[in-house]
Design a protein around this ligand. Structure first.
Ligand code: PMP
Length: 396
């Protein structure tokens, strides 16, 4: 039976990693894969995570199942982190968290929930978006549509975005990136969030806010602005939260789907459906990462250590953005690339063309995604002058 099965090309980013690993040039630079890197190019285990793990190793007493919603302590710890410790939504008992295998697992829960409980509803995704959004909603059998986000001249095209949102049929789902838009790095400002809220409200849309990078843009609280605006001003919101980046727990698969309903009663009804969706997918979520997050957030001292390191990481990324623009100044390219300093999160739509990206790779061993998306965390003070020189060589 398998003889008819065709081989599909591998993930483009994984291909990039392979090519990078095989490149013998000592000056090679990896700006491809979407993980945080420290100044030595490593993706470290965070200090608070190491401490929490040491404590868990000593104190853990069972490996029994944790249930389809995961550990209730994790939900209790993460809800205030996402919604704010003084959230009126939490006070009204309108929010529920279902632990999931990463943000990806949370998105799949949301997708399957929509498919089985909100039949016929479509999902609207930003153009461009994280490619796996397309894969996840397609796999769940949900019809997808796009709203414009980045213009041809590499700017946030907010007017076009808003115009399309205004046309979306009532009751459809609209996926919004909470912060650190992947792949572009262009985020909405507070005024723009307000305008999106008005449209979502007046059209009766269901926002699904993907919150994969809390703490990577401007800080834990500031990054939650759009999420909290939606949560506090709408009856119904879905939020997918990930601890992959902000706790550095990528491989531990840690995240949750948060549901906000009109009242506690409806929240419990929806929550009961989430348990079914989780059970049908994987029964119970993996425990370890969420246990680590819970240990950290429940301890004032560990939480302090964690916040401190996360702030260092966020500051490093934003510093590197400005450093690249400064390094391009001697080539007269600082204005042309000024947007890189204004973007937020790990990624930047540099505005480099596919051809220029190819030349950077072939002639300088600098690896980034064909769309011109660079992982800013791949820059270091050592490689920036080299990268700037290479960019100057390939742009016209
Ligand atoms: N949403 C977006 C926009 C992402 O970029 C990512 C990770 N690349 C995710 C969700 C999922 O992250 P994870 O499953 O690793 O938590």
């Amino acid at each position: 039976m398998f003889e008819k099965i065709e081989r599909v090309p591998g993930d483009a980013i994984l291909g990039l990693i392979e090519a990078y690993n095989q490149d013998a040039n000592p000056q090679k630079v990896d700006l491809g894969v979407g993980v945080y890197r420290d100044p030595n190019g490593n993706t470290p285990i965070m200090r608070a995570v190491k401490q929490a793990e040491a404590h868990l190793l000593e104190s853990e007493t069972t490996k029994s199942y944790i249930g389809s919603h995961g550990d209730p302590r994790y939900g209790k710890a993460v809800l205030p982190l996402v919604l704010g410790s003084d959230s009126p939504v939490l006070a009204a008992n309108r929010a529920s968290a279902t632990q999931s295998p990463g943000g990806t697992g949370a998105l799949r829960l949301a997708a399957d929930f929509i498919k089985s409980n909100l039949p016929g509803k479509r999902i609207w995704l930003s153009d461009p978006t994280w490619p796996n959004h397309l894969g996840i909603f397609d796999a769940a059998g949900i019809e997808m549509r796009k709203y414009p986000y980045v213009s041809a001249d590499n700017r946030l095209d907010f007017d076009a975005m808003l115009a399309t949102l205004k046309e979306i049929p009532q009751g459809d789902v609209v996926l919004l990136h909470a912060c650190c838009h992947n792949p572009s790095g262009f985020d909405l400002d507070r005024e723009q969030w307000q305008q999106v809220l008005e449209v979502v409200k007046s059209r009766g849309l269901l926002p699904l806010v993907d919150f994969a990078y809390q703490g990577f843009g401007e800080g834990l609280e500031a990054d939650a602005y759009g999420v909290r605006l939606m949560a506090e001003n709408l009856d119904e919101v879905l939020i997918t939260s990930s601890c992959s980046k902000n706790f550095g727990l990528y491989r531990e698969r840690t995240g949750c789907l948060i549901v906000i309903a009109k009242n506690a009663e409806q929240m419990q009804n929806v929550r009961s459906q989430m348990a079914i969706v989780a059970r049908e997918n994987y029964s119970n979520p993996p425990s370890h990462g969420a246990a680590v997050v819970t240990e950290i957030l429940e301890s004032a001292e560990l939480a302090r250590v964690w916040r401190e390191e996360l702030t260092e990481m966020c500051d490093r990324i934003n510093g590197l953005r400005s450093d690249l623009v400064a390094a391009l100044e001697p080539y007269g390219l600082d204005k042309r690339f000024a947007h890189v300093a204004a973007q937020r999160g790990m990624f930047s739509y540099t505005g480099l063309s596919t051809e220029q990206v190819k030349r950077l790779r072939d002639e300088f061993s600098i690896y980034m995604v064909g769309s011109g998306r660079a992982n800013v965390a791949g820059f270091t003070s050592e490689n920036l002058p080299y990268v700037a020189k290479a960019i100057a060589a390939v742009v016209d």
